[in-house]
Design a protein around this ligand. Structure first.
Ligand SMILES: NC(=O)c1ccc[n+]([C@@H]2O[C@H](COP(=O)([O-])OP(=O)(O)OC[C@H]3O[C@@H](n4cnc5c(N)ncnc54)[C@H](O)[C@@H]3O)[C@@H](O)[C@H]2O)c1
Length: 317
């Protein structure tokens, strides 16, 4: 009998690739509103339940699941700011109901996708898990509060809080509103990259390593706790030059009003034995290849904010 995994937000950018891997060895239930569509192919090991973590959790029988991977959130700063009540309900308030259901159902491991941006701007070279959180945006705050809700249950379940860097690379459910993907797509289609500022440092993780982190956590006996997951801290200008090496493009530097600089150290995760296998360069080359094969195109739903305005929040505009 295969072990059963619940993936909330499994139809999203990361979820779609994660579920594709999980179904090879587990029986997977995806729970998702499908706000950005559904790109998952039918499979005997996959059950998709359309529902909202705010009020449809009774559609799920938690006694069946051994693992929960919780990805269903509004996933970026401007998206969260569009409707703050909705964002707090989805990103923070639902957390309590979800983990209580998981605990009473007997789930063994609960993994939450927080964000590396919870640290805020840090002077320290090594941004490790024990540093204070000084979240800047409301998105960061919803993640921090949600972490605290989950942490208050840490004695009742094996809890893993993952703080991922910005994810990059191709997924069938694409996001073009995240830095590497956006800049690479600009280079491929406009032959021009617009860089705002450029000196800001941001941590990055290839989407295939992101998927592997979640697989690694459910497969292995790892000490529960908080783990950063980001393996390449890069200045945006270096990133643009990196892309220029692979794709013929001009770089235009514009003034920026966004000074946020983040970096991350993932030594704690690496010490457990996790080995990243993919790089930012791999993500750029894969995006280039997918574009050549016409598997990377543009769609409004690839931009969280525009799509939410157009669909979910249409009546409010
Ligand atoms: N992509 C990144 O760079 C990144 C970095 C750090 C953390 N994260 C976190 O990882 C998770 C997944 O991110 P992603 O990039 O795949 O985003 P995404 O928007 O592509 O996926 C989120 C999925 O959750 C679903 N969802 C949203 N609200 C829901 C609700 N109330 N009930 C049920 N389903 C709901 C959406 O329909 C979507 O399919 C998020 O929690 C995000 O904050 C992402």
């Amino acid at each position: 009998m295969r072990e059963k995994v619940l993936v909330t937000g499994g139809c999203g950018y990361i979820g779609t690739l994660l579920v594709k891997q999980l179904i090879k060895n587990y029986e997977v239930t995806v729970f998702d509103t499908q706000w950005f569509g559904n790109y998952l192919e039918k499979n005997t090991n996959l059950k998709i339940v359309i529902g909202d973590i705010r009020n449809d959790l009774e559609k799920l029988d938690f006694s069946k699941f051994k693992f929960v991977i919780h990805l269903a959130n509004i996933p970026n700063d401007p998206g969260v700011e569009l409707d703050q009540v909705l964002s707090w309900e989805v990103n923070a308030l639902s957390s309590k109901h979800l983990i209580e259901k998981a605990i009473s159902g007997g789930v063994e491991k609960f993994i939450f996708a927080s964000s590396g941006s919870v640290y805020g701007i840090k002077e320290e070279e090594e941004v490790t898990e024990d540093l204070d959180l000084v979240p800047i945006s409301i998105y960061n705050k919803t993640k921090m509060i949600s972490e605290r809700v989950f942490l208050s249950y840490k004695d009742e379940i094996d809890l893993f809080i993952i703080r991922p860097a910005t994810v990059c690379g191709w997924s069938p459910r694409m996001r073009l509103d995240i830095s590497v993907n956006m800049l690479t797509y600009q280079a491929l289609t406009k032959k021009r990259i617009n860089v705002y500022g450029g000196n800001q440092t941001r941590p990055n993780i290839n989407i295939n390593d992101m998927v592997n982190v979640y697989l690694y956590l459910i497969k292995n006996k790892i000490e529960p706790g908080i783990y950063n997951a980001g393996f390449e801290n890069m200045k945006i200008i270096d990133l643009a030059n990196y892309i220029k090496k692979e794709i013929d493009t001009e770089i235009v530097i514009r003034e920026s009003n966004d000074p946020r600089s983040y970096r991350q150290s993932s030594k704690k995760l690496l010490k457990t034995g996790f080995k990243p296998k993919f790089t930012v360069k791999d993500a750029i080359l894969d995006l280039k290849e997918k574009h050549k094969k016409k598997m990377l195109n543009d769609h409004d739903s690839y931009y969280t904010v525009n799509w939410m305005k157009k669909t979910l929040l249409k009546s409010k505009n």
